[in-house]
Design a protein around this ligand. Sequence first.
Ligand code: KG4
Ligand code: ZN
Length: 348
Amino acid sequence: MIILGIETSCDETSAAVLKDGELLSSIVSTQYFHSKYGGVVPELASRAHQKMIVKIVDEALISAGVKKEELSGIAVTYGPGLIGSLLVGVSFAKAMAFALKIPLIGVNHIEGHIFSTFLSDEKPDFPFISLVVSGGHTMLVLVEDFFKLKLLGQTRDDAVGEAFDKVAKLLGLGYPGGPIIDKLAREGNPDFVKFPKPIPSSKNKISNEDIPGENKYEFSFSGIKTAVLYYLKKINFQNLEENEKIEITKNVCASFQRVVVDALVEQTIQSAKDFNVKNISIAGGVAANSELRKRMMEKAQSEGLKLYIPDLAYCTDNAGMIAFVGYIKLKNNIKSDLGLTPVPNLKI
Ligand code: KG4
Ligand code: ZN
């Protein structure tokens, strides 16, 4: 079974070819021009997808050595994401599936991230807990099989990647902020500033009857972003000498990253213990964070849990993960019809 995957939900135009669950090719084109605006500009993103999509799909097919007539189906992200961006991928996939008379499979982007670990050599056994951390999402999901996912908790406000991006902006660093903070934090002191832990206090917890106890597995990242802003104002950051600014920036990055990683690790390990699950995984753009990978690995080992992390290339948005979910769905005879439309706020 040969699947073409297409991903255009945000600022990556990506296509991949997967044969019987193994990737033959994966092409990702990132729209770096958004960095000058400090974030993704939706209208520009969709126009750029439109310009790139034909070329990227062609490249994926050529690099896989596969002719389009050999495809068994086309998997495409139909949500969540930016409406205009999703529309480019979905319309393209529908037209191509119609012309080739092959099945179209709509894929949830978050499910793509959750199952991206299956693109690596080591694949988790079910059940596993997945921590999904990206620019748009922060959630803990109990994955009992490919089609049985239970949301355990999520962020109440900003996503963790968004917090990295906003803090980077406050410090005058570029976009996306995650990789820059990751790098600078290595040279900073994580105990320099004490920022609030991004977990809502227990008295504010929202009760959820589906989950034992209550919804313990929430996050909240808007407070920490504000705390960084207040801290920078307090020390009059903008008017510091250049070398002082550089030192403070490294220390703020390290202190911010420390408390964020603490919260992500703590909630993930706690949920695995509460649900008696031995396998955990992290996925999404922030899963590329070096401290998160290291600390989650150390904690998993000390708690007797097994951690699965996608290869770096499959942490950030890519069509390989979409093709993989499409493959699992098609194997189970789950297809979409040509009336498929984007769902910007699609849930798992
Ligand atoms: O999964 P992704 O590519 O797109 C979404 O679905 O949102 O995630 C992008 C996010 C951005 O917020 C970016 O700053 C963050 O992932 N990110 C990182 C790192 N690499 C990317 N955050 C922290 N550390 C990193 N190394
Ligand atoms: Zn994503």
